[in-house]
Each structure stands twice: as structure tokens, then as C-alpha cells.
Design a protein around this ligand. Structure first.
Ligand code: NAP
Length: 495
């Protein structure tokens, strides 16, 4: 890092600053190295790589995208222990990737970026601890789900036990034998309840709205299977992109973009049958039955949740939370649930993206002003007036039930092409026109109205006005859009 007042001269090659050493930031580093670029640094606010897999350590943490799909395409891992890999194993994979591609020398840990300002054709970067850097290209790989949402539940501060957010699970905390309340039943809450039901004395699952649960296989790979994956990489490719995977992806995208599709009807039947066949007690079954369409909220894949919810020591509290008291949580029906630990599996503030970082673009353009209503980016990757400022897994991308690694890889190839275009044109920066962003947003908003996300439920896909802030088109359309930037939608900046 250059010292505080030293300004390195512009070199023939570009200098890159990547923000975040999670899956996407590591990907950027690996890809830059593969192209022979050496002038890059990855700033990471944590003390290790891994992003979401470093931060989340709660019991039951796993990825509900098949492990062989949730893997860099260029670094298959025949040793995945299960079809759905547990979080710690994924964290080890990213650590191993950082080592394999020798990224260690490029990563600056425990360093948070305070601001990025575009001045005279370059990005001036300030860290929260007062250091400075300069870059030609900034890649914001800051993640989507990393600012915990801590709701204001009355009385939480008076609780005499321990409360924590799921993404801040203390290292080594054991809750075995204790009375646990889990608030929230998104993917996280469902995973925690599934993992803890048999281990704790009592578990109360506070459910504000029921969730549709997609059944899924609980497959642990044997050593023979791992050997077969190693000996024949085509088997890995089969899991990633074989006919079954392709059909699953196609079914899911058809379902989410068209609420009248037979594919959504098929998914609806699967989740209804799952509820019907898995939950014996009719009263509990009705308590767990959502009144909205499957996949309206992010679809939850869980092999053991219904079993957990029926365990004798588990109670699903659906009457709402009145308040937290010193000894536990009082439900709206007056019941006090005595608890030792309250887990807030209450999700994330998903409208943050690069925030709280201050980003100032060309001619002093203010990202906060552009994002006043909600975060916007042209095809989820680039922002008008912010030349060479690229987002991986940025706003309005396809963050649903797809492999975010696959998404980031395709976004990276798009970014590489834009950077190449900058070189070819001998310009210093590229950003989409405001008109291109607005056309994209108008088309996206219109298409989003027809998606299942807008079919009558609340979820983190929606903005404050209830409009879906995600990719509303097919996976195939995303692949096509990322395959080649429409350069006519871009502005190229000089010195
Ligand atoms: P989430 O899906 O946003 O769910 C938050 C839960 O907290 C919801 O059940 C919500 O209820 C509840 N809640 C929020 N505020 C509340 C309040 N004041 N009182 C009572 N309940 C409240 O969050 P998440 O489960 O952490 O999952 C977020 C995303 O992370 C997922 O959708 C997924 O993309 C990702 N994730 C992925 C995996 C994986 O396996 N790949 C695992 C975990 C998470 P309502 O539904 O009523 O709003």
C-alpha cells in the first residue's frame, strides 16, 4: 500500500483494488493472476478469507446449492463430503483456494475501506484506519447478506439470558441442554432449528410467517464416490451441468418468472405434498402452511425441518412476539416461553451492498444520491458516472436459488471484456450511460412485476415499496447478457 502522501505514477498496466476476500473477491484475484496481472490488492475487513462462510458459524450452516455447483468452475473439488456441503467445509475450500492461487501476499486483512473517490481518472481509496491507496479499477465484492438485521423487539435489552444474531454465533458457544428460542424461519432459522432440535432441552421456533419447504436429499459422499469424482471429472460436470441440473435450473427459472407456468405449479405441488406427507398433526400442519405461492419468498431446501418441528421438545410459536422479558419471550397469546438463549435468525439488511463505504464518482457523482430509492446498477455490474467501478453480486442480480459462484464468474468475464475495451480504446475508464441504466431498470421493474416474488408475500427480495429488486428474467438471459457487454450502452472516459 502506498504511504499516506505518496502518489504512485500511472503505470502502463492497471492497478486494481478489490474490496472483500469472500468468494467473489477471491475469484477476482485468481482471475487477475491468471491473466498475469500482479498489481492488485484485496482489502478484507475480517481476519480471514471466506466472506459469508467466515462470518456465519451457526449450527446447521450449509449451502443449499449442490456442493459441486457451489465450486469455482476451474477448481473442482472431488472431496466434497456431502451433496449439500456444510459451512465449515466451504470455508476450508475458500481458504484452500487462497493458498492454491497464492493470494495471501495480495490480501490486506483487518482493513475496512471508508471511501473510494474518482479523481483525475483514478480511484483514491481511504481505509477506516487512515491509510490510502490508488487504483485504476475497483472491484466491489462486498457481498449481499452481511449486515445483520437486528429488529427492534420490545424488551430485548432486558433479557437476562444471552441473545445473538445468527451471523454472530460466538466461537465455541454450545447450547446443548439449554432452552433456545429461534426467531425467524428463513433458510438460516430452518437450518438452526433442524440442527439443534435434538440437542437442546427445549426449542421454541418463533414463526412470523410460515415457509414452504422443498424436500431435499441428505446425501453424504462415501470415499468410493469421492474417488470416482476424482478419477472421472465428467461425474462432477454431470452434477454441475448434467441433464438433471439443467432441468432443475430451467424449472426454477421458468417458475419464478411466470406465476402461471406449469413449472411453478409443479414446485407448488412438491412443497404441498412435502407438508402433507411430513407433518402428522393437522393443527401443526395448518400452522406451518403458508398462504402465498411457493418460491415467493426464497425457497427453503431442508431435509429435516419438519421432523425437527415435530420433536417433543420443539414448539412452533406462530402467534407473534409480544415482547422479550427478563426470563424469556412472551407471545401475543400471552404465553411466556422461558429461555436461556435467543437466536435472531432475522436476516440481513440487503439494501446495503457497498455501504457504509462512501463512493464518489466522476465529477463528484454521489452513489448515495443515485441509490437514494434503492441500489441500482446496470445489469447488476456497472454504475453510470463511476468509471471502472465494478460490482460482483451487486444489486438486481440473480441472487435466488442459483450458484452465486457461477453468477460471479459470468459477471467477471463481462468485467474483463469491458476492461479490455478500455485498453483497446486507450481510454482510462468505462461506465454505462445513465440512459442505459434507466432503460435497464424500466425493463427490469416491468418484468419483476410478473415474477413470483411479486405474487403476494414479504421477503428480502422486495424494496421498501414492495418492488422486487432482483433479476426477473431467465438464467439463460443472464448468461447471454453477461457473454458480451453492449458497448454502445457505455461511455469511455479519457484522462
Ligand atoms: P431471511 O430469509 O430474511 O429470513 C428472516 C426471518 O426472520 C424471516 O422468517 C422473518 O419473518 C423473520 N423476522 C424478521 N424480523 C422479524 C421480527 N421483527 N419478528 C419476527 N420475525 C422476524 O433471512 P435468512 O434466513 O438469514 O436468509 C437470508 C438469505 O441468506 C436466504 O434467503 C439465502 O439467500 C441466504 N442463505 C442461504 C443459505 C443456503 O443454504 N445457501 C443458508 C442461509 C441463508 P417474515 O418471513 O415474516 O418476514
Amino acid at each position: 500500500m502506498p504511504s499516506a502522501n505518496e502518489e504512485p505514477a500511472r503505470a502502463a498496466s492497471l492497478r486494481y483494488v478489490i474490496i472483500g476476500a469472500g468468494m467473489a473477491g477471491l475469484l477476482a484475484g485468481i482471475k487477475l493472476k491468471a491473466r498475469g496481472e500482479t498489481d492488485f490488492v484485496i482489502y478484507e475487513k475480517g481476519d480471514r478469507v471466506g466472506g459469508t462462510w467466515r462470518e456465519n458459524r451457526y449450527p446447521g450452516l450449509a449451502c443449499d446449492t449442490p456442493a459441486h455447483s457451489y465450486t469455482y468452475s476451474f477448481a473442482p473439488n472431488p472431496d466434497w463430503g456431502a451433496y449439500y456441503a456444510p459451512g465449515p467445509e466451504i470455508q476450508r475450500y475458500f481458504g484452500a483456494m487462497s493458498d492454491r492461487y497464492a493470494l495471501g501476499d495480495h490480501i490486506v486483512f483487518n482493513t475496512e475501506i471508508a471511501s473510494c473517490r474518482y479523481i483525475d481518472g483514478r480511484w483514491r481509496i481511504d481505509t477506516t484506519d487512515g491509510c490510502k491507496d490508488i487504483a485504476d479499477v475497483v472491484v466491489a465484492a462486498t457481498g449481499v447478506l452481511h449486515h445483520p438485521n437486528i429488529p427492534e423487539i420490545p424488551g430485548l435489552a432486558d433479557f437476562k439470558g444471552r441473545w445473538l444474531h445468527s451471523a454472530r454465533w460466538p466461537e465455541g458457544l454450545s447450547v446443548e441442554g439449554l432452552r433456545i428460542g429461534v426467531i425467524g424461519n428463513g433458510s438460516t432459522g430452518v437450518q438452526i432449528v433442524s440442527a439443534l432440535a435434538r440437542k437442546v432441552e427445549r426449542l421454541v421456533h418463533f414463526q412470523r410467517s410460515p415457509q414452504w419447504i422443498m424436500p431435499c436429499p441428505d446425501i453424504q459422499y462415501t470415499s468410493e464416490e469421492k474417488r470416482a469424482f476424482r478419477d472421472d471429472p465428467a461425474r462432477i460436470e454431470e452434477v454441475r451441468n448434467g441433464p438433471e441440473a439443467a432441468a432443475r435450473r430451467a424449472r426454477f427459472t421458468s417458475a419464478i418468472i411466470d406465476i402461471d407456468s406449469p413449472e411453478l405449479a409443479e414446485i407448488q405441488k412438491i412443497v404441498e405434498d412435502n407438508l402433507e406427507n411430513s407433518v402428522r398433526d393437522p393443527a401443526l400442519r395448518e400452522k406451518l402452511r403458508p398462504n402465498y405461492r411457493a418460491a415467493c419468498k426464497r425457497l427453503i431446501f431442508a431435509a429435516h425441518y419438519y421432523k425437527a418441528a415435530q420433536a417433543p421438545n420443539v414448539y412452533v410459536e406462530a402467534s407473534g412476539i409480544e415482547q422479550v422479558e427478563a426470563g424469556g419471550v412472551r407471545a401475543e397469546d400471552g404465553t411466556l416461553h422461558p429461555l436461556d438463549v435467543i437466536v435472531l435468525a432475522t436476516g440481513f439488511r440487503v439494501d446495503q451492498f457497498v455501504r457504509p463505504m462512501v463512493v464518489t464518482g466522476h465529477n463528484g457523482a454521489d452513489l448515495e444520491a443515485l441509490w437514494r430509492i434503492h441500489p441500482r446498477a446496470y445489469y447488476a455490474v456497472t454504475i453510470p458516472e463511476f468509471p471502472n467501478f465494478f460490482l460482483l453480486n451487486g444489486p438486481t442480480g440473480p441472487v435466488g436459488n442459483f450458484s452465486l459462484i457461477d453468477i460471479a464468474e459470468k459477471q467477471w468475464s463481462y468485467i474483463e471484456q469491458l476492461i479490455e475495451e478500455v485498453r483497446v480504446r486507450r481510454s482510462v475508464g468505462v461506465a454505462p450511460t445513465l440512459r442505459a441504466l434507466e432503460t435497464y431498470e424500466a425493463q427490469r421493474t416491468e418484468a419483476a412485476k410478473r415474477t413470483v416474488f411479486a405474487s403476494g408475500c414479504k421477503s428480502w427480495y422486495l424494496d421498501a415499496e414492495g418492488a422486487p429488486q432482483v433479476w426477473p428474467w431467465s438464467y439463460a438471459h443472464f448468461v447471454e447478457a453477461m457473454s458480451k457487454p453492449q458497448v454502445e450502452d457505455y461511455e469511455f472516459f479519457g484522462n
